[in-house]
Design a protein around this ligand. Structure first.
Ligand code: FAD
Length: 434
């Protein structure tokens, strides 16, 4: 069948396997070793990390296995989604410890990308809350691992983009909450420096993110709306409803041009009138604003889009981000969405993305010249000691990857030790020399 990532580029024809049990996963993993194969969850990674001629879907590995209500520890199969977890556990007063900007991701996908949320500065990334994994490996069969047991397999699999084995099961902690609502504060920042100052000033607040007006660059580079939030203790525990709005077909690409995007950005920035606004919001619009519009990726038209997400270390953040914004201002390509977050310390995983500093995510419609622009941004990122997020990537070079992910060779050794190099390859891993 035809498959792509969330960015709708590239699209390939792949054979999709649907194993029903862990043993079935192992049998298929050890099947035809001539065929590159990669695990796939809900396909919310943007590029080509879950694409290969054969794909092993975790769709039917969707069981909640054990829950300890005294500690909040949940054990579930890898195909369980964050939407499933929220529908069962939110009414009981539990929330994922870390969540991305969509709830339509699987636990396996969240671990393989070691996803981060708006609370990375205080609570790290998702796998920092994972204590144990069960993985189907090519040469060693089904292996249980943790920071104590087979630690090299654990650290390589967390953030390992599906390249060590198929995650079957995970145990991680949920966090207790008193309500489905978030007490949010919106702060307007007139410049990039002011945005970073607001992050520093509010570093004790559990959730923070900044939406940046990326098209006001010439006048006030980096002006943004900083959004802070913490779980409220009142308002009830009702989960969100299914989204009703749908983008029915791919939109004509002329709709997202520089003028419409500039108007949209200015509107959003100016819609927040006061320097500070306090609001109580349901968790759905706070965490998952884009989930309210099904198939919103069709807005970018048939050619698709890409998200370029970079991170820069703390000491280089202001200067590096300024340089990136200047380069964008000078380009003819319009970035449709720009989101900035502060990161806390990174972890010991071999290929995890976060570094202590700042991360900026930029959406671009795919058109001639965009990849050349991103190659230039790569050089700025590298010069400032940063790197690019693999789960959003579709065009990074092997050289750039190897220079910015220093543990890639140790990662390759773990791949070899578990026979994964004989079978598990994605379009992305082949491009990156993994
Ligand atoms: C609207 C939107 C907002 C997002 N916001 C954020 C965010 O705030 N922070 C963030 O970090 N990410 C974010 N993401 C990215 C998303 O969280 C990751 O790409 C996540 O990995 C997607 O999960 P999935 O189940 O769809 O995995 P897929 O896209 O299907 O796969 C992603 C990777 O995980 C591997 N994989 C999947 N299942 C398994 C398994 N069982 N065993 C081993 N490997 C497996 C695949 O091989 C692939 O390499 C966002 C994506 C979207 C579309």
């Amino acid at each position: 069948m035809e498959l792509s990532g969330w960015g709708k580029y590239p699209t390939i024809n792949a054979e999709v396997l649907h194993p029903l049990t862990p043993e079935d996963v192992l049998r298929r993993l050890r099947g035809n070793l001539q065929h590159p194969l990669i695990p796939r969850g809900l396909g919310r990674s943007y590029g080509d990390s879950s694409l290969a001629p054969q794909v092993i879907s975790t769709r039917y590995l969707d069981h909640l296995l054990r829950f300890d209500a005294s500690s909040g520890r949940l054990t579930c199969s890898a195909g369980v989604s964050f939407a499933d977890i929220l529908s069962v556990f939110l009414p009981r007063g539990w929330f994922p410890p870390v969540t991305p900007g969509t709830k339509f991701v699987t636990v396996g996908g969240a671990i393989a990308s070691d996803i981060h949320g708006k609370n990375h500065h205080l609570e790290g990334s998702f796998t920092d809350h994972v204590s144990r994994l069960k993985i189907a490996t090519v040469s060693e069969g089904i292996v249980e691992c943790s920071r104590e047991q087979h630690p090299e397999l654990f650290y390589a699999t967390c953030g390992g983009m599906g390249l060590t084995g198929v995650i079957l099961e995970a145990t991680f902690g949920l966090k207790p909450i008193g309500s489905a609502y978030i007490d949010a504060t919106l702060l307007k920042a007139a410049t990039l420096a002011e945005t970073l100052e607001l992050f520093a000033l509010h570093q004790h607040v559990p959730y923070s993110v900044a939406w940046m007006d990326c098209l006001s660059l010439g006048r006030s580079p980096g002006r943004s709306v900083v959004i802070l939030g913490e779980h409220a203790d009142q308002g009830g525990l009702t989960p969100g409803k299914r989204p009703r709005l749908v983008v029915p077909v791919d939109m004509p690409s002329f709709m997202l041009n520089r003028s419409t995007l500039r108007a949209f950005n200015a509107l959003y920035y100016n819609r927040v009138r006061k320097k500070r606004t306090d609001r109580r919001l349901h968790y759905e619009p706070f965490f998952y604003a884009l989930d309210g519009l099904r198939h919103w990726n069709r807005l970018y038209g048939q050619r698709g889009f890409t998200q370029y997400q970079l991170v820069l270390p703390q000491e280089a953040s202001l200067e590096g981000l300024r340089t990136v914004l200047e380069r964008l201002a000078a380009s003819r390509h319009s970035c449709a969405l720009a989101v900035l977050k502060a990161f806390g310390k990174g972890n010991a995983n071999y290929l995890s993305f976060p570094l202590e500093g700042c991360t900026l995510a930029l959406d671009f419609r795919l058109e001639a010249g965009v990849f050349e622009l991103l190659n230039e941004l790569d050089r700025i990122v590298l010069d400032h000691g940063g790197r690019v997020y693999l789960t959003k990537d579709v065009r990074l070079s092997a050289a750039m990857f190897q220079r910015s992910y220093p543990k890639w060779q140790a990662f390759l050794q773990v791949r070899k030790a578990y026979g994964a190099d004989q079978r598990l390859h994605s379009l992305q891993s082949q491009r990156l020399g993994l």
